[in-house]
Design a protein around this ligand. Structure first.
Ligand code: NDP
Ligand code: OXD
Length: 314
């Protein structure tokens, strides 16, 4: 009954100590400890290295520290048939909604314009339109996208969502599937990406799609907000679009290469709002509670919640 921590860029020791306190009858190990790979029944993973699953012949469950599981699903030596459980938590959802609401509000309220005017000490009483004139479009209506959509809708925005399958959410307009994607883009002023990173969603934030966004409503041009994965965005296209007016502004929390390389053109654009992958974090207390309750349920009933569909990639 051993649980292995395999956490890149995160303190394995901190998580191991917290798990040991919560699971006194289980053995918890980090990669730095001596252990027999055959004793590992559970693994808790973030950004798995190539050898992450080597020799884990008796592995029964893979727990993801992240809500996004692309790093696990695309792993070249992912053991077949072992369930992957992803991170689903209200606090994480709330943090993501905070990020989305803040950035949508910033673009709606013309922050780029006022920052530019502040730089040139210009006093120009331009009044932004009210929220109900702004069409927000959220790509991905899962755990995170759905919550952000509801909260934005409460704030008065015209919210639409796009997902693979229809959800029948009353408060928002819904689009689904590839067939309805263009119609969704055509009505959108501020485009938010909360999709999982899969071959189908790769580079979805590209010039071709930016050109389909609604123009003439949001002063300065349509805006994008990406808090999902860097792989969703064509960063060269974003830099060009921000300079030629195809986009008015962009808020980016994630990047193809993280940390964002110094050479990236995005750093110096005053209509690009960069944050270092901090939109929402999987908290220690929440993670311990989630995984320990899943392990308890699994050992009692054999059941798990929030299992990833590996064939879909999320
Ligand atoms: P979910 O799996 O709950 O939701 C994914 C949504 O995307 C679903 O509505 C799904 O549709 C939709 N979707 C998937 N593929 C397609 C497609 N090809 N076309 C249209 N819609 C599609 O994910 P979460 O909401 O929990 O998380 C979303 C992402 O947010 C994560 O994958 C992760 O990358 C990112 N994230 C980023 C963080 C940060 O700090 N920046 C923190 C946490 C997560 P359907 O419902 O029909 O299946
Ligand atoms: C996640 C993330 O997927 O932090 O949870 O990016």
């Amino acid at each position: 009954m051993t649980l292995l921590m395999h956490l890149t860029d995160v303190s394995e020791q901190e998580w191991a100590s917290a798990f040991q306190a919560a699971l006194p009858n289980h053995k918890i190990v980090t990669r730095a400890d001596d252990f027999d790979p055959k004793e590992i029944k559970y693994i808790y993973v973030w950004k798995p290295e190539n050898d992450a699953f080597d020799g884990l012949e008796n592995l029964e469950v893979i727990f993801s520290l992240g809500a996004g599981v692309d790093g696990i699903v695309k792993h070249p030596r992912l053991p077949k048939g072992v369930p992957i459980v992803r991170f689903v938590d209200d606090e994480l959802t709330q943090c993501m909604t905070d990020y989305v609401v803040t950035n949508v509000g910033m673009h709606h309220r013309q922050m780029t314009r006022y920052m530019r005017e502040q730089k040139s000490k210009t006093w120009d009483q331009y009044y932004p339109e009210r929220a109900s004139t702004i069409n927000v479009g959220i790509m991905g209506l899962g755990q995170l996208g759905n919550d952000a959509a509801q909260k934005l809708s409460h704030l008065g925005y015209n919210v639409a969502g796009w997902s693979r399958s229809p959800k029948n959410i009353e408060t928002i307009e819904e689009f689904s599937g590839a067939d309805q994607f263009d119609a969704f883009l055509n009505r959108t002023d501020i485009l938010v990406c909360l999709l999982p990173f899969t071959p189908q969603t790769q580079d979805i934030l590209c010039m071709e799609n930016f050109k389909k966004l609604r123009r003439g409503h949001l002063p300065g041009g349509p805006a994008i907000v990406n808090a999902a994965r860097g792989g969703h965005q064509n960063e060269e296209d974003i830099a060009v679009a921000l300079q030629d007016g195809t986009l008015g502004a962009a808020s980016l929390d994630v990047f193809k290469t993280e940390p964002l390389p110094q050479a990236s053109a995005l750093w110096v654009l005053d209509n690009c709002y960069i944050t270092p992958h901090i939109a929402a974090i999987s908290g220690l207390d929440a993670g311990i509670k989630l995984v320990t309750s899943q392990i308890a349920r699994y050992e009692e009933t054999g059941e798990l919640k929030h299992i990833v569909d590996v064939s879909r990639g999320y």
